[in-house]
Design a binder for this molecule. Structure first.
Ligand SMILES: [Mn+2]
Length: 427
């Protein structure tokens, strides 16, 4: 299904007066700020959608198909991201996962994606599951495995994913390993690290010059005693040893409880080793909930450090880091959930752009702790949604993406075309 431009225009016309009123109020409130440049940054800011988030997610206890009309093929996944992008103007890329998505005809996929205004974001390899017919099992790890033949299989898979990505015009590989151990004594930590490093070096040497490698870390799960890339320090060790094309990737759900993620982000940026983000939210562990649904203040504080750190290095906000959602949708329509995540991320970014940095620096210099808090919370507590909506208006997207999604009965339409019992590939 396609969303026609005249549907969007009709929808926007009906909301325009109310939108203008809110926008004018903000223009007055923030008249000391160059709001035009803020809106332009929002227009440029794109968040990639992972192909595995377009179907219903599940837990290790089960999976309840909720929505129907799930994408059955890689083409239909691209179509779904195209729908999101038409609605919000901010989801202009798709991130594929091999082997959940296997491109058969890269040229055809590229032209399909570009017909929706989409590009291919980072490619994701998978050595946390055994694939049918593979010679070796990853039960005891992949790149860390004590058996060289297992490591070789995992390395070759990653190199194959790079090749697929080159054909699609992607320029990054995300490596997330479930490698680790479940019990004390199971693993020699140092040897596991060395094996993993050696394996990553082989993959790294297959990277094209203009590619990046993202090394993603996670504190625990599916291994429950140790993880071989367990935290940002371990990821940074690998990235530093690998070279200038290797970076740390921060997934918001991959920390131990109460970790200060904003501080981690600040230091990785300082070191020039922050590669990208996987957005989601959580209450307890790697819950993969909608971004901003549980801890919106933390999301804002993270963006506050991102904006400060990127500006300190003269980085391009939209292009120099990889921005991606990594979430799972157990009880919501995945497309509505993704629209909510993108909205929450963009709001947090907007809030961070409007922080009065000069005053904050002065407060920090003067050890004026109360003033620093006032400055941050003034922005966080301001309703800036009209700025985000204005950026959508300027890209011919919808003032209210979920509103239009429901008005157009997009899900009902997808069910009609694809059927009720379709299941997207993924976890
Ligand atoms: Mn992730």
């Amino acid at each position: 299904m396609n969303i026609e431009q005249n549907h969007i225009e009709k929808h926007n016309d009906a909301l325009l007066t109310s939108h203008q009123r809110k926008l004018n109020f903000l223009k007055e409130e923030w008249s000391h700020v160059d709001l035009e440049s803020v809106i332009q940054k929002l227009v440029d800011f794109q968040i990639a959608i992972p192909s595995w988030a377009l179907g219903t997610g599940g837990t290790r206890f089960g999976r309840f198909a909720i929505t129907g009309g799930e994408p059955r093929t890689i083409e239909e996944k691209i179509e779904d991201v195209g729908l999101l992008h038409a609605l919000n103007g901010a989801s202009g890329a798709i991130s594929l996962h091999i082997p959940w998505d296997i491109p058969q005809n890269a040229e055809a996929l590229k032209s399909l994606a570009s017909s929706y205004g989409l590009t291919f974001d980072a490619m994701n390899s998978n050595t946390f599951q055994d694939q049918a017919g593979s010679a070796h099992s990853y039960k005891f790890g992949s790149l860390q495995n004590v058996n060289k033949a297992v490591r070789k299989q995992a390395i070759e898979h990653n190199i194959e994913v790079i090749k697929q990505g080159v054909a699609l015009g992607s320029n990054a590989l995300t490596v997330w390993l479930s490698d680790g151990s479940c019990f004390p004594g199971q693993l020699n930590f140092r040897k596991a690290f060395e094996n993993t490093l050696e394996s990553l070096e082989e993959i790294y040497s297959a990277l094209p010059d203009d590619w990046k490698m993202f090394v993603e870390y996670k504190a625990f799960e599916p291994n429950f005693y140790s993880t071989t890339v367990g935290d940002w320090a371990q990821s940074l060790l690998y990235a530093n040893k690998l070279g200038s094309k290797a970076y740390t990737l921060v997934d918001l759900g991959h920390h131990l409880p109460n970790a200060n993620i904003e501080q981690i982000v600040a230091l990785l940026l300082m070191e020039g080793k922050l590669g990208g983000f996987h957005f989601n939210d959580s209450k307890y562990g790697d819950d993969d909930l909608t971004a901003g649904s549980i801890k919106p203040y933390q999301l804002f504080l993270i963006f506050n450090e991102l904006v400060e750190g990127m500006d300190a290095k003269g980085m391009n906000h939209a292009k120099d880091l990889g921005w991606m959602i990594d979430a799972s949708h157990n009880v919501k329509d995945p497309l509505e959930d993704l629209l909510q995540s993108v909205e929450a991320i963009t709001i947090a970014y907007t809030q961070a752009l409007l922080v009065d940095r000069k005053s904050l620096n002065a407060a920090q210099y003067n050890n004026d702790v109360a003033a620093a808090q006032e400055i941050l919370q003034h922005t966080f507590r301001s309703d800036l949604r009209a700025l985000v909506a204005e950026s959508r208006l300027r890209t011919n997207a919808a003032l209210s993406p979920i509103g239009l999604y429901r008005d157009l009965k997009v899900r009902e339409n997808l069910v009609k075309h694809r059927g009720l019992g379709t299941v997207a590939t993924g976890l």
